[in-house]
Write a protein that binds this ligand. Structure first.
Ligand code: AP5
Ligand code: MG
Length: 213
């Protein structure tokens, strides 16, 4: 089962991917995480990527494709993948079937998480990520997952691109580029639009329903 999760920054793509990974043995492929790994590992593209992400801009399609392709080539027999953050524009959407075909994969479901702009600001300003287990939380929500987090609060950090200024740039870019994806995928038989303004657990249930799991 190959799934795409797309939607604006802070829509909950990572949160929902986390749910599917923990409960249904999916593998999450987050292009944002792959890029942050390049930065952390100081690879030859690390500083270029860091500059772009910090400004809320997209990495070039060619570089993104090469990094994603290299990652997929190392995967051993995983047929249940959630793509979180890719494709992100029309070019990537058109390229995606070719990339999947290279690894004998085909797209089954496309989940579009639609969320209001004001909620996004609020969610991103409260977002913290555990630097140890990589889980995503929200310091303003402190839900069941937050209260059961074992690593401790000392490991909770904010993402560098989560400043007020960058959030809006990322959102505006999403409106300009990523919204074209809706038109592109609307006719796909696996397309599902989800009201991402709902609570995390309600969205979990909707996704479960669409996946029939
Ligand atoms: P990426 O890391 O993908 O960032 P993004 O798309 O901006 O999305 P986020 O990760 O910020 O949000 P999310 O939807 O995952 O929300 P989350 O679950 O964390 O990309 C970063 C950068 O990398 C891009 O800006 C770009 O530069 C580059 N990049 C990445 N992919 C690329 C590509 N394909 N091509 C080119 N460049 C690329 O949730 C957010 C917060 O809200 C959390 O605190 C969470 O607890 C809370 N929350 C989640 N759901 C709910 C809910 N339903 N109710 C209440 N709170 C909720
Ligand atoms: Mg994310």
């Amino acid at each position: 089962m190959i799934i795409i999760l797309f939607g604006p920054p802070g829509a909950g793509k990572g949160t929902q991917a986390q749910f599917l990974v923990n409960n249904f043995k999916f593998l999450q492929v987050s292009t944002g995480d792959l890029l942050r790994l390049e930065i952390d590992n100081n690879t030859e593209y690390g500083s270029q990527i860091s500059n772009l992400i910090d400004k809320g801009k997209l990495v070039s399609d060619e570089l993104m494709n090469n990094i994603l392709d290299a990652y997929l080539s190392k995967l051993v027999e995983n047929k249940n993948i959630i793509f979180d953050g890719y494709p992100r524009n029309l070019y990537q959407a058109k390229n995606f079937p070719k990339l999947l075909a290279k690894y004998n994969l085909t797209l089954n479901k496309v989940f579009f998480l639609n969320v209001d702009r004001e909620l996004i600001r609020k969610r991103i300003s409260g977002r913290v990520i555990c630097s140890k287990c990589k889980k995503i939380f929200n310091k303003d929500i402190k839900d069941h997952e937050y209260n059961n987090h074992k690593c401790g609060e000392d490991f909770l950090v904010k993402r560098k691109d989560d400043s007020d200024e960058t959030i809006l740039k990322r959102y505006d870019l999403y409106i300009k580029d990523t919204s074209q994806l809706i038109d592109f995928y609307k006719s796909h038989k696996g397309f599902c639009e989800i009201d991402g303004n709902m609570e995390i657990t309600q969205i979990n249930e909707q996704i479960k329903g669409f996946l029939n799991v």
